[in-house]
Design a protein around this ligand. Structure first.
Ligand SMILES: [Zn+2]
Length: 288
């Protein structure tokens, strides 16, 4: 049985087909242009491949309520051409197969739970820190949606005492994304994250914000593991700094086996950036 998967991003669409046990057989990447043109290219890739179902991990926000008349549509996305586009429905009609859709970060979280470092766990957070910041959340084995889906990249934070950067989120200024995304780092320091590798202050401030966010997630959601991905987290020197901030802010209040072993609690993604597409493949399996 062959399933289709799409990791849908604001700049590119990664399409793949794979088997039920997570073997990817064929893959293609298309630039994210207008929805009509991009979906035409994706449909051409999947046609003739006899997929049983399609799973999409999409940029958002996206309507994930099956009872909603706009289920599977994109909502107020900054990608204006895609705003209110019926993403799942268009592909479902063109390919005549069931379509499962979730956020890109929920798909990545699911990929790590099925194939990666969170196998066997039911309460997991996947945070991506890159051009934007977003979190996928699983609670009791189910991907969390609620009224829409978590937007945990926009939680509000206390500024670092030495940081005068005003933040760049158009909605909140100094939320996590406004202070710690790749573009926020670049604007604050006048250089890209990758070129600031040897600047300790950059990473101290970055970890101060990510650490605050993780502590808030830990206190509310009680995850068993937190996985960090995205372009900024390729700066692996961040991991010990983030763990140190988490320990400092928890300040002994919680005592669990997970928090005693932060090296295995706050970890990098484990699937070589295949977590999103493998999660989308799992979404396809689950919709059958
Ligand atoms: Zn924000």
């Amino acid at each position: 049985m062959i399933y289709g998967a799409i990791e849908a991003g604001g700049t590119k669409m990664v399409c793949a087909i794979g088997t039920a046990d997570g073997q990817l057989l064929s893959e293609a990447t298309f630039a994210t242009k207008e929805p009509a043109e991009t979906t035409r290219e994706m449909v051409a890739f999947f046609q003739e491949k006899k997929i049983k179902a399609l799973g999409i991990g999409s940029f958002g926000p996206v309507d994930l309520n099956p009872a909603s008349p706009t289920y599977g549509h994109l909502l107020e996305t900054p990608k204006l051409a895609w705003r209110y586009f019926d993403f799942a429905g268009t592909l479902q009609r063109a390919l005549a197969v069931p379509v499962g859709i979730d956020t890109d970060v929920n798909a990545a979280c699911l990929g790590e739970m099925i194939y990666g470092c969170a196998q066997g766990l039911k309460n997991v957070i996947y945070l991506t820190v890159g051009t934007g910041i977003g979190a996928g959340v699983a609670v009791d084995g189910k991907l969390l949606h609620g009224m829409l889906h978590p937007e945990a990249g926009h939680i509000l934070l206390e500024p670092h005492p030495e940081d005068s950067y005003p933040g760049n989120c158009p909605y909140h200024k100094r939320c996590l994304e406004g202070m710690a995304s790749g573009p926020a780092i670049a604007e604050r320091w006048g250089a890209k994250a990758v070129d600031l590798h040897d600047q300790p202050k950059v990473w101290e401030i970055e970890s101060y914000y990510i650490g605050q966010a993780l502590v808030n997630y830990i206190l509310v959601l009680s995850p068993e593991k937190i996985i960090l991905g995205g372009g900024v987290m390729k700066q692996t020197q961040l991991f010990p700094l983030v763990r140190r901030q988490v320990a400092r802010l928890i300040n002994g209040y919680l005592k669990t086996k997970e928090l005693k072993d932060l090296d295995n609690y706050i970890v990098p993604n484990s699937l070589k950036d295949r977590q999103g597409i493998l999660g989308a493949l799992e979404l396809a399996k689950r919709v059958c």
